[in-house]
Design a protein around this ligand. Structure first.
Ligand SMILES: C[S@@+](CC[C@H](N)C(=O)[O-])C[C@H]1O[C@@H](n2cnc3c(N)ncnc32)[C@H](O)[C@@H]1O
Length: 451
């Protein structure tokens, strides 16, 4: 059957299947369904070719590229994303990892267990004395983690940092990162940073032991899967390159790829720079990763702007459809004086998003040679009841940059995969009963050829 006629919703897949092996190491917002990337890789590339993803996120594309015998190049502006992707993509020899784990778990079992506990009055008092909007990194740690959790987590992190083999250390750091929300006052199930003073906090030692054991089973599955498919897992690491870099200005060293498959951030939906702030705080404190980039460098951020309106009009974004939508929003702002400031602020952030995406698409032309393909996965959204035509805008930008659209496949996103609901008025993510608009009930797989 041609790929055009296949079912692209992947609605029949269970969580167990979509979180198979390393795909289940770490939560990440707007993660790819691995089967979707796998199909794209199978359809549009050959074994041995180089697959790229410059909005790498948690590295889903990398794992599937390696499982299908391709080489992989990936990058993301987020140092936490790069670390998670390194942990996921590089398979580790299970027997050697077992030895490392024996040493680490021996140290960790000496840390006094805390059990699962609600916050004490003293903990709450300490948290409420901190103004998080102005807090320095050390105060932020004190805000999110009561003292007992901080002590246990520090001991665990020190044990991880004593691991001599780099790839094993990265694997354990990824495990550490994924338990942080459960061990903090971060509201369970929330993507956004919200405190919950009624939360029963998890025991860091218990969580870490469980997390690593689960990941070790997953790593073994990955290792065995490669062997079954005739790929030497010992050499798989040589096929992978992961770099932290900005998609709007790729390093000249960035390799050319045979197929670029990537899912850019959606317009002003996630504040990616803040989503991994707990990991960022711990890893920055211990010198494991670099400081986070300024918010305006993260594509899709809110409250950013690309400069001034010129005679009441935004400068050209690189897409007529995007320009029209921005004009519509400005018109709406003028019609609603009480909301004018908010709507203009949102329109500025949206304008910035389109300008940034245009820059990123121009960069893609540098790494996708003539005749090779680019596959973008993107969905539209709504703001203030105005449709944001992201798909159309990216098609127009890609066409001007030198990519010819070959195929546009519309895929329904199964209900259970939708990350949350959105407020119809503001377009913001929300978990309130008023949020009645689903996020991305469908998205598009855009297949381009570089001309
Ligand atoms: C939709 S997510 C990608 C998810 C990924 N496909 C996965 O399976 O995990 C978009 C990614 O774009 C990254 N990003 C945002 N601004 C960026 C920039 N300027 N340069 C590179 N990456 C950026 C975010 O950090 C985020 O990881």
């Amino acid at each position: 059957m041609s790929y055009r006629n296949k079912d692209w919703s992947f609605a029949e897949l269970s969580r167990k299947e979509t979180l198979w092996g390393p795909h289940g190491y770490h939560r990440y917002p707007a993660k790819f369904i691995p089967h979707l990337v796998r199909r794209i890789i199978d359809e549009f590339s050959l074994p041995g070719e180089v697959i790229g993803d410059i909005f790498l996120g948690s590295g889903t594309t990398g794992v599937e590229a390696i499982r299908t015998g391709r080489q992989f190049y990936g990058s993301d502006i987020n140092p936490v994303a790069c670390l998670i992707s390194r942990a996921k993509c590089f398979p580790i020899d299970p027997s050697i990892l077992n030895e490392t784990w024996k040493d680490v778990s021996r140290i960790i079992s000496q840390i006094a267990p805390l059990g699962r506990n609600p916050l004490t009055d003293k903990d709450k008092e300490a948290i409420l004395s901190i103004n998080i909007s102005y807090a320095l990194p050390e105060e932020r740690l004190q805000y999110w983690f009561p003292e007992s959790q901080r002590q246990a987590l520090t001991a665990i992190l020190k044990a991880i940092l004593s691991v001599p083999i780099e790839q094993h250390r990265i694997f354990m750091l990824c495990a550490f990162s994924n338990i942080l929300k459960r061990c903090s006052i971060w509201l369970s199930g929330s993507t956004k940073a919200q405190k919950d003073l009624k939360k029963t906090l998890a025991d860091p030692v218990d969580e870490f032991l469980k997390q690593v054991r689960d990941m070790m089973k997953r790593n073994k599955l990955y290792w065995e899967d490669l062997l079954t498919n005739g790929i030497n897992p010992q050499q798989a690491g040589e096929q992978i390159r992961i770099l932290q870099q900005d998609a709007r200005s790729l390093d000249t060293e960035t390799p050319q790829v045979d197929l670029l498959v990537t899912s850019p951030p959606y317009a002003t939906c996630y504040e990616y720079s803040e989503l991994h702030q707990l990991t960022q705080l711990w890893f920055e404190k211990f010198g494991i990763i670099s400081a986070v980039e300024a918010k305006q460098n993260w594509i899709g951020s809110k409250n950013v702007s690309s400069g001034t309106l010129n005679k009441g009009v935004f400068p050209h974004t690189g897409s007529e459809s995007a320009d029209t939508t921005l004009r519509e929003l400005l018109h709406l702002a003028n019609q609603r004086p009480t909301k004018k400031t908010d709507i203009i602020r949102e329109a500025r952030a949206l304008h910035r998003y389109f300008i940034d995406m245009n820059r990123a698409i121009c960069e893609m032309t540098r790494i996708v040679p003539t005749g090779k393909q680019l596959v973008l996965i993107i969905g539209d959204s709504r703001k203030r009841d105005v449709d944001i035509p992201t798909t159309q805008a990216l098609c127009e930008m890609s066409s001007s940059a030198g990519f010819a659209l070959q195929e546009k496949i519309n895929r329904k996103v199964p209900g259970r995969v939708l990350v949350s609901t959105r407020d119809r008025e503001t377009g913001k993510f929300s978990s309130t009963a008023n949020s009645d608009v689903e996020v991305y009930p469908e998205e598009n797989v855009l297949v381009f050829k570089r001309v």
